[in-house]
Design a protein around this ligand. Structure first.
Ligand code: AFP
Length: 342
């Protein structure tokens, strides 16, 4: 993709314009959705800006314990969460919010209620912030069954029911990747005009990739299919070249690279984390949705990840995401391990 040529374009395809265009092709879609999205975009812009300033925290008192005026300052993940929650509630279009930062689901007061449920992790990978690694905001959107009587069950749905999902990567640039169920598009924030511009139209993950991405420090705890798969990446039996290893430890950055370059991202269940580490509602589902929409796959090992039915809002699951063919390989290893057990 020629970014230079793209930025020179005068006919700017902003994220709002892109979503509105999509709606005009599907009249059944509701303009409320565009408004909700603009509130999510606002939250992302705020977080992006705060992350950029994080390195100056000690100097200007943006984060940390106490600033020069002696005021208590909020940690970046707490601040990001507050901004995101308030941006969503003020849209008057949400009903239930689930955030990585809040133990309980937030049921929006009836006067400000709308028909959408939003699940999100406002600042995923935040343990990486101090060393300047890309972090991200992940979100998924559902429809509530009955906005007069919302319950937590409205968000404990299969990921297949999501209406849209996306992430915003706060890195060298701020990139928002979104799917509303009709492919995946990437938008880059142009800070001079404060708009996300379409820079990565119709993202397709390569059918097979050359990169694997896993925390190898957990190798001691892995199950057999994961161990076998990683061995095959390093010592392929079919005469192909070994895959390269890339692991940032920040899901949005690792998945973003996988989406653009292909390959596989693995966070398996292991002896230390028997249910896996990553959270179903706001990590596994949105990323699996995006990966499928881009032509790849997201599985738990045994099943399609989007078919999971979470029991609680912070449930975890093992997850394998990436290029179609690479996921087929790990799927086959799990299937044969099951057969051997039977
Ligand atoms: P933090 O938000 O605590 O930094 O965790 C990030 C994360 O949930 C996800 O973004 C990474 O993919 C994963 O954890 C990395 O986990 P390991 O450090 O166990 O590899």
């Amino acid at each position: 993709m020629d970014h230079a040529a793209e930025t020179q374009r005068t006919d700017l395809m902003t994220i709002t314009r892109h979503v509105l265009n999509g709606q005009s092709q599907h009249p059944e879609a509701h303009s409320d959705f565009t408004i909700l999205l603009s509130h999510i975009v606002l939250g992302c812009k705020f977080i992006c800006n705060a992350v950029k300033k994080a390195g100056l925290a000690k100097l200007i008192g943006l984060v940390g314990e106490t600033n020069v005026q002696g005021e208590e300052q909020k940690k970046l993940d707490v601040l990001s969460n507050e901004v995101f929650v308030k941006a969503l509630i003020s849209s008057r279009l949400t009903c239930i919010l689930v955030s990585e930062e809040n133990e309980e689901a937030i049921i929006v007061e009836s006067l400000k209620r709308g028909r959408y449920c939003v699940v999100f992790d406002p600042l995923d990978g935040s343990s990486n912030i101090d060393c300047g690694v890309s972090v991200g905001t992940i979100f998924g959107i559902y429809m509530v069954k009955d906005k007069e009587n919302p319950t937590v069950d409205d968000v404990l749905q299969s990921g297949k029911n999501m209406l849209a999902a996306g992430y915003c990567m706060h890195g060298s640039s701020c990139t928002l990747v979104l799917s509303t169920g009709n492919g995946v598009n990437g938008f880059t924030l142009d800070p001079s005009i404060g708009e996300f511009i379409l820079t990565h139209p119709n993202i397709k993950v390569p059918k097979k990739g050359k990169i694997y991405s896993i925390n190898e420090g957990n190798a001691k705890y892995w199950d057999e299919p994961t161990a076998k798969y990683v061995e095959k990446c390093k010592f392929p039996e079919d005469g192909s070249s070994p895959k390269s290893l890339r692991y940032i430890g920040s899901m949005v950055a690792d998945v973003h690279r996988t989406l653009l370059y292909g390959g596989i991202f693995l966070y398996p269940a292991d002896k230390k984390s028997p249910k896996g580490k990553l959270r179903v509602l706001y990590e596994v589902f949105p990323m699996s949705y995006l990966m499928e929409q881009a032509g790849g796959q997201g599985i738990t090992g045994k099943q399609r990840a989007l078919e999971l039915l979470p029991k609680t809002i912070h449930d975890r699951s093992p997850i394998f995401l990436g290029s179609y063919d690479d996921i087929e390989e790990i799927k086959a290893l799990y299937a044969s391990a099951e057969e051997t057990k039977a």
